[in-house]
Write a protein that binds this ligand. Structure first.
Ligand code: 3PG
Length: 193
């Protein structure tokens, strides 16, 4: 089941890494203008939480946090306005805190053992990261043959050259990547904003 704060209701999820929170609002507006209604702001830079705060104020954009590695980071992200959290791996603290805070969580899994653990925890939507390194569409096809209930969000090494190959897989609900952000930031810079 998806609802308004589920990032996988969108087919493309831009992965945002910002060093300057002042860019967050114009970037959010550019993404919306590009027809993209969601953004995953990674907690990899000191500007991340301020960027989430700024983007969360933009009407019509669903904003979440990525690279969430601990329960404390779930709290920080949700306090800043994140409506979902994404993690590169499978971490019980992250998953439990997200449930406590009432936000959608998309943790990462790449091996059958990790997938089985996620299923045991009741999680069926998983990030597949770094997708190109862990076998790309062929690996997802093989995993999907075994784990038919899992919905995948591949991320890492995806771009205009291969996104369609991932989106064509029935088990792939959405694809994440930074290329959409690069494009939007280029447009902003061309417009002098
Ligand atoms: C992520 O956090 O999902 C990745 O860093 C995005 O990978 P990409 O930059 O290769 O799209």
């Amino acid at each position: 089941m998806t609802h308004a704060t589920d990032p996988t209701a969108h087919r493309l999820i831009p992965v945002v890494v910002l060093d300057d929170a002042a860019l967050a609002r114009p970037l959010a507006e550019q993404l919306l203008a590009d027809g993209i209604g969601v953004a995953e702001v990674t907690l990899r830079t000191p500007a991340a939480l301020d960027s989430i705060r700024a983007m969360a104020e933009v009407d019509g954009l669903l904003v979440g946090a990525g690279t969430v590695l601990s329960a404390d980071q779930v709290d920080q992200a949700v306090d800043a306005g994140a409506q979902f959290v994404v993690s590169p791996g499978l971490h019980r603290g992250v998953v439990e805190r997200a449930a406590e805070r009432g936000v959608v969580v998309v943790p990462g899994a790449v091996t059958p053992t990790e997938v089985m653990t996620a299923l045991e925890w009741g999680i069926t939507t998983l990030k597949f990261f770094p997708a190109s390194t862990y076998g790309g569409p062929a690996a997802l096809r093989a995993l999907s043959a075994v784990f038919g209930t899992v919905r995948w969000v591949p991320t890492g090494g995806i771009g205009p050259h291969n996104v369609d190959e991932y989106l064509a897989l029935p088990s792939v609900v959405a694809v994440g990547g930074s290329w959409m952000v690069t494009t939007a930031l280029e447009r902003l810079s061309e417009a002098g904003r």
